[in-house]
Design a protein around this ligand. Structure first.
Ligand code: SF4
Length: 135
């Protein structure tokens, strides 16, 4: 058996708590808080304690979904991006840019959030941008 711990950062929110993933034979099996991290000082919230569970979770989305005939269907990224761009253009032309809203996430990086709001404001032309931390 090959057991090791891997120092990493929790991906559930923007706090950036450090933790050790316990890995047994290549599979994540547990989480240990990092006591030397200045961010979380050996503590984790309930999400951080269970962060190892979603990595291999069978319900995790791995491909984009597009609704076709009322059903969500897995598609390739290129199709999902083409579909989204087409619909955004159609909705903006029909109803104006403020008919579109953008919701972003605490589970992505600051840089990704910055790009997202920039796309909303400069690309689409709306200030309708919000974030899951306020929902
Ligand atoms: S352990 Fe909790 S507070 Fe810390 S980064 Fe993860 S989700 Fe955020």
């Amino acid at each position: 058996m090959d057991y090791r711990t891997v120092l990493t950062t929790c991906t559930y929110c923007g706090c950036g708590c450090n933790l050790y993933l316990e890995v047994l034979d290549g599979e994540p099996i547990g989480t240990i808080p990092c006591k030397t991290s200045p961010v979380n000082q050996g503590k984790l919230c309930i999400k951080g304690w269970n962060v190892h569970e979603f990595i291999r979770n069978k319900n995790r989305l791995k491909k984009p979904l597009v609704k076709k005939d009322g059903e969500l269907v897995e598609v390739e990224w290129e199709e999902a991006i083409d579909y989204t761009a087409t619909r955004l253009r159609e909705i903006k032309e029909a109803n104006g840019p403020d008919s579109i809203g953008f919701l972003t996430s605490a589970r992505v990086t600051n840089e990704e959030n910055y790009l997202y709001q920039k796309f909303a404001r400069a690309g689409v032309g709306t200030n309708n941008v919000d974030h899951c931390a306020r929902l």
